[in-house]
Design a protein around this ligand. Structure first.
Ligand code: ZN
Length: 197
């Protein structure tokens, strides 16, 4: 994962759907705030084959806990991903969910100094931008080559597609019983023991 997501985005509007206002915590260590709501993604998250489309809804079920040097975000975020099967190219929608445990440090706090090298993000004033954390979390969660069967399907959504782990491949390793005798004769079977002659 790149470190670019650690850069606070100054000037982002406070009403950005994935920017959480932590002012209610009053920077009081121990204060908690529950965030349970649905938001629309300003931008798509993911890659071509599997992504949460821009404008799609994500459900936030998060707990913000004020700690000494910032705000700890824990909980779950779920959404509906558009998936294109790497095998049959069929498209379908699948529910996806990530678990978050993210530390957001106040700028200037000691923890913020570690932000360059650590898994610490920065608050922008009292604003907490959830988007980079979601990009990273879903990015880690999404497979590089998603397939129908990765998402609970028995087989590909496009039934015309031949099965990938081709049945023919498995059978190719076996010798047709009709030719087994011939294979033995020509040392194609268990010939290893006869090497020293
Ligand atoms: Zn498929």
């Amino acid at each position: 994962m790149s470190t670019t997501s650690h850069t606070p985005r100054h000037g982002r509007p406070a009403d950005d759907s994935l920017v959480l206002d932590t002012r209610s915590l009053g920077r009081t260590p121990g204060a908690v705030s529950q965030v349970t709501r649905t938001e629309r993604l300003p931008e798509a998250i993911g890659v071509e084959l599997i992504r949460l489309p821009a404008g799609s809804e994500v459900s936030l079920d998060l707990l913000l806990t004020c700690v000494e040097e910032g705000v700890l975000v824990t909980g779950h975020v779920s959404g509906a991903a558009s998936v294109e099967c790497a095998r049959c190219l069929g498209e379908f929608t699948a529910p996806v969910e990530v678990e978050l445990t993210e530390m957001y440090a106040y700028p200037g706090a000691a923890a913020a100094d570690a932000a360059e090298s650590d898994d610490v993000r920065l608050l922008d004033g009292d604003l907490l931008d959830l988007e980079p954390a979601l990009v990273d979390a879903f990015g880690l969660d999404f497979p590089l080559a998603p397939t129908c069967t990765d998402y609970g399907r028995e087989e590909c959504v496009d039934p015309a597609t031949p099965r990938p782990d081709g049945v023919s491949g498995e059978e190719g390793d076996r010798i047709d019983p009709r030719w087994a005798g011939l294979a033995e004769k020509f040392g194609m079977g268990d010939a290893a023991g006869e090497d020293r002659g």
